[in-house]
Design a protein around this ligand. Structure first.
Ligand code: MLT
Length: 268
């Protein structure tokens, strides 16, 4: 792990391997360890960067509202500080996908390929945005315990607690270790994110879209529409997985990522 100062904050970052850069962006309210099962394999032929976003893991907490554009600005500043000038492969899950789309909106010349996992392109409905603000205040006042209870069943496949208790425990631990003020700021930020439907058709780099078969937060039907709107995107459904597909079916997700990246190398 490295501590990298950028954009007025300090980020906790995995920086491993050499080759074309791949950036893995975690979901909410999680940290970079959600990619643990993929880190070794992906860093064999790539420089792998997996940061804890602002407000998460061991990175700086910023109070108030942290929007997806701020997180995209953070990533651009991180890449600058780390001397990464070549376009990167950006891979984001859920909130990480919102950040990836915000990054594409503002810094597309820095993106060579895109991987969108278990994410959405639509903005929140007014009701969903209002519920996030309530949740943000609740997390700040009462801590992460209730948020963990409410979110865990949505994040993982119904069979995961019995079949892969260590995965359920790891997701729960990540949520409980998240700073409530960091989570609250991101909740307020997610509530403000713009709809990205029009952005999808502008994506003109190689794109992989994948989703856990049992994902109820960003269901396969919705993700299929995202893939269909991106010219030439490949769409994959990951079996035996809910929203946390890289943790719930790590081998299949690893294989999809490696194939996507290997084909990229062949096409150079
Ligand atoms: C995530 O996994 O990042 C969240 O489910 C995203 C969200 O709350 O919209």
């Amino acid at each position: 792990m490295r501590q990298v100062s950028a954009a007025g904050a300090v980020f906790n970052v995995v920086d491993r391997g050499a080759g074309p850069t791949v950036v893995l962006i975690h979901g909410f309210p999680l940290d970079h360890t959600m990619w643990q099962a993929q880190l070794d394999a992906l860093s064999m032929n790539n420089r792998l960067i997996a940061p804890d976003l602002r407000g998460f893991g061991r990175s700086t907490i910023t109070e108030g509202t942290v929007g997806m554009e701020q997180m995209a600005d953070d990533l651009a500043a991180l890449l600058d500080t780390m001397g990464i000038k070549q376009p990167v492969c950006l891979c984001g899950l859920s909130m990480g996908g919102y950040v990836s789309l915000a990054f594409w909106r503002k810094y597309r010349e820095r993106v060579r390929s895109l991987i969108l996992c278990d994410t959405r392109s639509a903005a929140d409905t007014p009701e969903a945005a209002a519920a996030r603000k309530v949740l943000a205040d609740k997390a700040t006042a009462e801590g992460m315990e209730q948020l963990a209870e409410a979110m865990l069943p949505k994040l993982i496949h119904p069979r995961t607690p019995a079949d892969r208790p260590q995965v359920a425990a790891a997701v729960r631990r990540m949520i409980l270790e998240t700073n409530p003020r960091g989570a609250a700021a991101a909740l307020r930020g997610m509530a403000l994110r713009p709809d990205c439907a029009d952005l999808l058709q502008t994506i003109n780099v190689r794109t992989l879209v994948f989703v856990g078969e049992q994902d109820t937060i960003s269901p396969p039907d919705e993700m299929h529409k995202i893939a269909a709107a991106i010219p030439g995107a490949k769409f994959v459904v990951i079996p035996d997985a809910g929203h946390m597909s890289p943790m719930e079916n790590p081998e299949r997700v690893k294989a999809e990522l490696l194939t996507f990246l290997a084909n990229e190398l062949l096409m150079r």
